[in-house]
Write a protein that binds this ligand. Structure first.
Ligand code: URA
Ligand code: CA
Length: 433
């Protein structure tokens, strides 16, 4: 086979066979196919698309380009969740113990990553003692015993995706639905999931700015999953304002604990119940989404979800007392500053990505791989879109171990926009099964 022939085929909108796709991804991974040919192919795919068979073949070729995690030692149907990003997304911290509390195994591999706040692991590490360095056996044993464990990323998973994603980033070919869908699905499948729940975000703070694109991406990923034997469902959710109230590592742990006690922000609770219902249903804990939801709701109020969180935390070395007295155990910031409204009105918009940047400026995220995270840093919103504000009301509180400068305060104030009229946005636009 010759790469130039495959590029030409795709350039003319013809479909590539499974063998051609496998050959191309193998060659790209072991560097017999150079970046310049792969970038021409990515551009051809960007313009001409791929059909369902090609999308599935591309996904599996990327899965097979590296290691695959074997979770066969873990009993039950392993369900994983993926969110397409966003700001202050605390769902994983809530969902892992919540879904475990109804008996579905959550074997989560997580990363640190760059961004407005740390990854799930950074957030959990704001609990003193918590660690994610587990051997494969310890990980399986913990999931079998407690139904939940989180381990740091290890192994050489989907190297083809790593190379291709970096290439797409510099060749303006990121925003292609077949390429995004295969990239995301390959990582989940390589990590060993039997079933996958996707949270596809739409809005200013998200990757997919409009609902139609988000729906197409979600439908594509569900089809890919089902075609390769992984039951997949998706929720399309709003990311036009941050999810929940907290953005920041320790602050989000506190928010997750509140939510597991049934006292969390309304939007975060609702999204966790929607995603959790799909996870519980796919994991076999209920025979319908409605039944799954009732079980989860019950566990948020009867203490079982919180109990699962405590067991999870203490099994990985963390202080479980964090669940009862988070303010005494989570890291405290040396500086706090409230952002007050300078006029009255209704909150019509909270620009999610800009508040994410503000949280990062306070120290909550990493700008480069080597930046240090301030686990106490970030912000808490006291108002959300649709709320009424009087001049002088506190709209947000900022936390940092560095002195908080006026630039950050005014950035937050400017991005909580007040108007005469505003209404609460929808949170969940669609559910795809
Ligand atoms: N996230 C991914 O993992 N891959 C993409 O292509 C886009 C977003
Ligand atoms: Ca949050």
């Amino acid at each position: 086979m010759r790469m130039i022939d495959l590029i030409e085929k795709k350039q003319h909108g013809e479909r590539l066979t499974d063998e051609e796709i496998k050959w191309m991804i193998t060659g790209y991974t072991n560097e017999t196919i150079p970046d310049y040919q792969m970038s021409a192919m990515a551009m051809a795919i960007y313009f001409k698309g791929m059909n369902d068979d090609e999308r599935s073949a591309l996904t599996m070729a990327m899965v097979e380009s590296g290691d695959q995690i074997d979770l066969s030692e873990i009993e039950g149907i392993k369900v994983d969740k993926h969110s397409t990003g966003g700001v202050g997304d605390t769902t994983t911290l809530v969902l892992a113990p919540l879904v475990a509390s109804v008996g579905v195994p959550v074997a989560k591999m997580s990363g640190r990553g760059l961004g407005h706040t740390g990854g799930t692991i950074d957030k959990l590490e704001s609990i003193p003692g918590f660690h994610v360095e587990l051997s494969q056996d310890e990980f399986s044993d913990l999931v079998n015993r407690n139904k939940v464990a989180v381990v740091g990323q290890s192994g050489n998973l989907t190297p083809a995706d790593k190379k291709l994603y970096a290439l797409r980033d510099v060749t303006s070919t990121v925003e292609s639905i077949p390429l995004i869908a295969s990239s995301i699905m390959s990582k989940k499948i390589a990590a060993g999931a039997d079933a996958i729940v996707l949270d596809v975000k739409t809005g200013a703070g998200a990757f997919m700015k409009n609902q139609d694109q988000a729906r197409e991406l979600a439908e594509t990923m569900v089809k890919i999953g089902d075609s390769v034997g992984r039951k997949t469902m998706a929720v399309i959710s709003d990311m036009s304002q941050p999810l929940g109230n907290a953005i920041g590592n320790g602050l989000e742990v506190k928010e997750a604990i509140d939510t597991l006690k049934g006292q969390g922000p309304k939007d975060l609770t609702e999204l966790c119940l929607a995603l959790g219902s799909q996870m519980a249903y796919l994991g076999g804990a209920a025979s319908s989404l409605e039944e799954a939801r009732l079980k989860l709701e019950a566990n948020l109020h009867n203490g079982k979800a919180l109990e699962a969180f405590k067991t999870f935390v203490s099994s990985q070395g963390g202080e479980a007392a964090v669940a009862d007295e988070p303010e005494n155990i989570l890291p405290k910031a040396a500086h706090q500053q409230d952002v007050k409204a300078e006029k009255s009105g209704k909150v019509s918009e909270i620009t999610a990505d800009q508040l994410g940047i503000a949280a990062m400026m306070l120290g909550a995220g990493r700008e480069t791989k080597d930046s240090q995270i301030d686990l106490a840093a970030g912000l808490v919103l006291h108002k959300k879109v649709g709320d009424t504000v009087e001049s002088g009301d506190i709209m947000a509180s900022l936390y940092s171990n560095k002195p908080i400068n006026e630039e950050i305060v005014s950035k937050v104030r400017q991005n909580i926009i007040l108007s005469d009229q505003a209404k609460e946005p929808a949170l969940i636009y669609d559910v795809i099964q």
